[in-house]
Design a protein around this ligand. Structure first.
Ligand code: ZN
Length: 169
């Protein structure tokens, strides 16, 4: 297994809408293994393929404290959602920034596993939040895109200050 390079905002691949996966081959399985390893290495709870430069509808998730409850979703779709909850989020592609947005409280997702078998998953709590965050990535949406206009401006200012001063020195 390999640790992949995580793409950092504003890398353009993070804004792309990912393509559906159509072949469930050994290449896909290797990518899933590498993505999970990369996510654990970065102490993340979710990682979407665009974050490692692959514009395909693939994400790995593990919200367990023991890091032993891997979930892989391929071509995931939210088919039902309910409720509304505040969610404090961060993103491996936007280092050091956290902010609160709103998400659905409960969702049902339809997806495929690594063997191409379709499954349905009902989720709430952190898992529901994480699934929504990762599925957003597959549609080219970052959690900062869901901030209010004012907060988004503050984020952009913070981010450019943080990252231009570093590279300029
Ligand atoms: Zn993210």
């Amino acid at each position: 297994m390999a640790i992949l390079e995580i793409r950092i905002f504003p890398d353009p691949v993070l804004k792309e809408v990912s393509q559906e996966v159509s072949s469930f081959d050994s290449k896909l399985k290797k990518l899933l293994d590498d993505m999970y390893q990369t996510m654990l290495d970065a102490n993340g709870i979710g990682l979407a393929a665009p974050q490692v430069g692959v514009s395909h509808q693939i994400a790995v998730i593990d919200v367990s404290e023991e890091r032993n409850n891997k979930l892989e979703v391929i071509n995931p779709k939210i088919v039902w959602k309910d409720g509304d909850t505040p969610s404090e989020e961060g993103c491996l592609s936007i280092p050091e920034y956290r902010d609160t947005i709103r998400r659905s409280k409960e969702i049902i997702v339809e997806a495929y596993d690594r063997d191409g078998k379709e499954f349905e998953l009902k989720a709430d709590g952190l898992l529901a939040i994480c699934l929504q965050h990762e599925i957003d990535h597959l549609n080219g949406i970052l959690f900062t895109d869901r901030l209010s206009r004012l907060k988004r401006e503050l984020f952009k200012r913070w981010y450019s200050k943080r990252y231009t001063s570093e590279s300029g020195s």
